[in-house]
Ligand binder design. Structure first.
Ligand code: MRU
Length: 364
């Protein structure tokens, strides 16, 4: 998508054919920084410390990490080693494991001498495929927005609530939850996005709001607790969120707080959609609540907040007593029964095993 008048992806291969550039998301929206990464350790840091974040982008970044390892040492042991190193960087987003498995399955049968080129080729393909999947999600989700717009007065916007950042910054391009929004805006359908700030790391306030502003999509930032209130007053037409892992039974794991939005949506008859590319489906898991590992992040993310000071510095401040402990589960699970539909690259699936199997026959 665009930053100023230039089109960017969130990650790209440099002309040297070995290193990548990434948008370092820690500084947004205040500072747009691009970093070169050329080692497996650098890739692991970028994923673990959330220079890059969002399930699809984490997967693509890890794929390039495997390629860097192959350039350094293409042995079987190194291939297994890099799988382990990168797999432990973030436990919840399933695209990470999907991409690592995909890379290992492609590389393992090859002689070591052919692995480096094949690894960079496959990593590049995974990045390109992500763009195509998200665009297709956009096309399928656009029809839902169009349907809601058709029931409104001419010019009246479709009000969409989103949580966390499932925008282009969470993917290679387009985003998952934002792809239908961008396509609707492009098609001239009036949309307005309520952006949950998404404590503790404020991905909504810092990333989604920045994306919406950058693409001229009308939006309003709200605190996480405001969504239910707006739904009770008929101010939200639909919710669209992304997901870090969706189970074969249609349970949706996403940023902490998503479940509360789904509960409020169900209580107010607001359709609750989840946008996801198929690599985000974990076919090995059925019951999301029982089986998905939930990342427990540093309590500092709860007690300390990053922002820009009046004199223009990006700084961190403490918002709670020094001695107060904080807990920081990063994701929650929304049961399938609260999900209106799963917007995938193939169409909108029912959030159920049958719904997903019908959409992706032969998988799982
Ligand atoms: C498209 S990736 C999943 C997103 O929907 C997003 O909401 C999310 O939870 C990302 O988590 P993050 O912890 O910022 O990597």
């Amino acid at each position: 998508m665009n930053v100023g008048d230039r089109h960017y992806r969130t990650i790209w291969l440099n002309d040297d054919g070995r290193s990548v550039e990434i948008i370092d998301q820690r500084w947004l929206p205040h500072d747009f920084r691009v970093e070169k990464v050329d080692t497996v350790a650098g890739i692991a840091t970028a994923i673990r410390d959330m220079w890059v974040r969002g399930a699809p982008l984490i997967g693509v970044t890890a794929a390039y990490g495997v390629a860097m390892q192959m350039a350094d040492d293409p042995s079987d042991a190194a291939l297994d080693g890099v799988w382990e190193i990168l797999h432990e960087t973030r436990p919840t987003a399933i695209n990470l494991r999907w991409a690592l498995d995909e890379m290992r399955n492609v590389l393992r049968p090859l002689p070591p001498g052919q692995r480096t080129d094949a690894a960079y080729r496959r990593a590049g393909e995974i990045a390109d495929e992500d763009v195509g999947l998200n665009r297709a999600i956009g096309v399928n989700g656009l029809e839902i927005i169009r349907g809601i717009a058709a029931r409104k007065q001419p010019g009246e916007p479709v009000n969409i609530l989103t949580h966390c950042n499932a925008g282009w910054l969470a993917t290679v391009d387009y985003g998952t939850a934002t792809a239908p929004i961008y396509l609707a805006a492009e098609a001239g359908i009036p949309v307005h996005v309520y952006v949950d700030e998404t404590r503790p790391r404020n991905q909504g306030a810092q990333l989604t709001a920045w994306e919406m502003a950058g693409h001229g999509v009308p939006h309003t930032l709200i605190v996480d607790n405001a969504g239910g209130h707006l739904m009770q007053r008929g101010q939200i037409d639909m919710v669209i969120v992304g997901t870090d892992r969706t189970t074969a039974d249609g349970d949706v794991c996403n940023k902490i707080g998503t479940y509360l939005k789904a509960l409020a949506a169900a209580d107010n008859d607001v359709p609750f959609y989840v946008a996801l590319p198929s690599p985000t489906i974990d076919w090995t898991v059925g019951d999301g609540l029982a089986e998905i590992p939930i990342e427990q992040r540093s309590s500092d993310e709860v007690s300390l907040v990053w922002g820009k000071t009046a004199n223009g510095e990006i700084a961190q401040v403490r918002i709670s007593p020094e001695t107060t402990p904080a807990a920081n589960p990063a994701f929650d699970v929304t049961p399938a029964r609260l999900v209106t539909g799963l917007i995938t690259e193939r169409g909108v699936a029912k959030a159920s095993r049958d719904g997903l199997k019908a959409m992706f026959p032969g998988r799982g």
